[in-house]
Design a binder for this molecule. Structure first.
Ligand code: NI
Length: 175
C-alpha cells in the first residue's frame, strides 16, 4: 500500500520511534513492503516509518541520481531495522538536503562525513557497515526521523534554507 507522507507539524514526526521487537512477523513484513512501495512512488532517496505514520525504528536508505540529486551514487533500497550510529568521523560537511515531509524546501545541512552503522536486515541478521558521503548523509537524515528530528533542526543558519525553485536554479548554474 502506498501511504500519504506525514507533513511537518504532524505529531508523529516529533516522536521517538519504538524499536521493532518482532522482526519477521507479518506486521513487520507488511510495514517493510509499505515503506518500500511508498518510497518507490516518490523521487526520494530514503524514507522512515514515522513518515508513513508508524512510529517504529525502521528506515529505507536508497540512492540514485535524480534531477534533484544529480551526483547521487546508485544504491539498492536497503531496509534497516533498529538502526544505530556506532561511530563517526570528527569532520562534518555541509550539503543539500530535502525531505518528503517538508516539500518545496532545501537546505545546506552539516553531517558527519563518515559513519559506522549497525542494523538488523530483513533476514533478521545484524549488519555492520561503514558509510560515507551522500549515503552517510541519507542515513543520518533518516535516523533523525526516528528521534523526532528533521533536517531543518540541523541547519546552522536560516540563510542556509532555500526554496526548491532557488535551489534548482543554483544546481542548474553549477552544471
Ligand atoms: Ni526526511
Amino acid at each position: 500500500m502506498i501511504y500519504d507522507i506525514a507533513q511537518l507539524g504532524a505529531k508523529v514526526l516529533r516522536q521517538t520511534a519504538t524499536s521493532v521487537e518482532d522482526v519477521g512477523s507479518i506486521d513487520t513484513s507488511q510495514l517493510i513492503e509499505d515503506l518500500r512501495s511508498t518510497l518507490a512512488s516518490t523521487q526520494g532517496v530514503g524514507l522512515a516509518a514515522p513518515q508513513i505514520g508508524i512510529s517504529k525504528q525502521l528506515i529505507v536508505v536508497a540512492s540514485r541520481p535524480t534531477p534533484r540529486y544529480p551526483n547521487a551514487p546508485f544504491m539498492e533500497p536497503t531496509i534497516m531495522i533498529n538502526p544505530r550510529l556506532t561511530n563517526r568521523s570528527d569532520v562534518k560537511e555541509k550539503d543539500w538536503e530535502g525531505c518528503l515531509s517538508i516539500p518545496g524546501i532545501r537546505a545546506l545541512v552539516p553531517r558527519y562525513k563518515k559513519i559506522s552503522v549497525q542494523y538488523i536486515n530483513v533476514q533478521g541478521l545484524y549488519v555492520e557497515l561503514e558509510l560515507d558521503g551522500f549515503i552517510a548523509r541519507v542515513f543520518q537524515h533518516e535516523y533523525d526521523h526516528l528521534i523526532g528530528k528533521v533536517f531543518l533542526d540541523r541547519v546552522e543558519s536560516n540563510t542556509d534554507v532555500f526554496s526548491e525553485a532557488e535551489y534548482l536554479k543554483l544546481i542548474a548554474a553549477a552544471v
